[in-house]
Design a protein around this ligand. Structure first.
Ligand SMILES: [Zn+2]
Length: 274
């Protein structure tokens, strides 16, 4: 590493510690989540730079605010999801691990556009998924299973989609897409619209892939006491032991989020190189 990069790395680390600590204090992050955020933040703020930081913060701030908003209307739904609104290390790496990898790769491939676009697409996908989850539950109509659109299911069911949720996903992806097109470190102004559309579409497809996994291979449990489907394991919010009803045991919500991010990045890279 060149010596002139060192101050930025130190600054990035300090900024990451401040933000992670603040998020821990307002209970957006658990203790393990805060440590994970320090690592992610140091690489993105300190190694990759401010453009990358803006995209990460757009995801982190918008998803934290949305998970706090409409709390009353969402009451009772949180028990369906595996974790509450306090994100732990698994969630931080599930959502931001792949983006961190591409941000780190940008250090070794300066002057190339692909790490930036893959970074943006992976964040667009998890942002789309978060917006869809947080805003989709406000839909006036019950969602339907992605694998069987004629089947209406309870709100919050893994693998269920709604019109509102899909629109929210597109908006969440487009926010990251617009920022990615505007802040591209390899100035490509003639490609602004193409990059906006590419990242938005990749984000939406990533979020839909997340729902597809939720409807098929994600580990889903049942609480015998409440007679409800849940992602929570081994114990439900009521304290009873949950038992697996479908999916692969290891395919928890964190891996599903990672796959969502991966799908977003793969779609963008395939389009770029096709
Ligand atoms: Zn229960």
């Amino acid at each position: 590493m060149s010596p002139e990069k060192l101050p930025q790395l130190v600054f990035g680390f300090v900024l990451a510690v401040i933000i992670a600590y603040a998020a821990y204090r307002v209970r957006s992050l658990s203790r393990s989540g805060a440590w994970a955020a320090v690592l992610v933040g140091t690489i993105i703020f300190g190694l990759a730079g401010w453009r990358w930081s803006v995209l990460l913060l757009a995801f982190f701030i918008s998803s934290s605010l949305l998970s706090r908003a409409f709390k009353k209307r969402k009451l009772g739904l949180n028990e369906k999801f595996s974790k509450g609104s306090q994100r732990d290390a698994g969630q931080v790496f599930g959502n931001g691990g792949l983006a961190t990898l591409f941000a780190g790769l940008s250090f070794f491939f300066p002057g190339e556009a692909w790490p930036w676009l893959a970074f943006a697409a992976s964040l667009a996908a998890v942002n789309a998924d978060t917006w869809a989850t947080e805003l989709g539950v406000l839909s006036p109509h019950p969602p339907r299973m992605l694998t069987n659109l004629t089947k209406a299911v309870e709100k919050g069911t893994s693998g269920a989609i709604s019109f509102y949720g899909t629109l929210a996903a597109l908006a969440g992806a487009a926010l990251i897409g617009a920022l990615a097109a505007a802040l591209n470190p390899i100035a490509q102004p003639s490609l602004f619209t193409y990059h906006l559309l590419l990242i938005s579409l990749s984000g939406l497809l990533g979020a839909l892939f997340d729902s597809l996994l939720g409807a098929s291979v994600q580990a889903i449990y049942r609480c015998p006491q409440c007679d409800k489907e849940t992602e929570r394991h081994p114990v439900h919010t009521c304290g009873a032991q949950t038992t697996k009803i479908r999916g692969w045991k290891w395919m928890n919500n964190d891996w599903v989020n990672f796959a969502c991010a991966l799908m977003g990045a793969v779609v963008t890279l395939v389009f770029m190189w096709a």
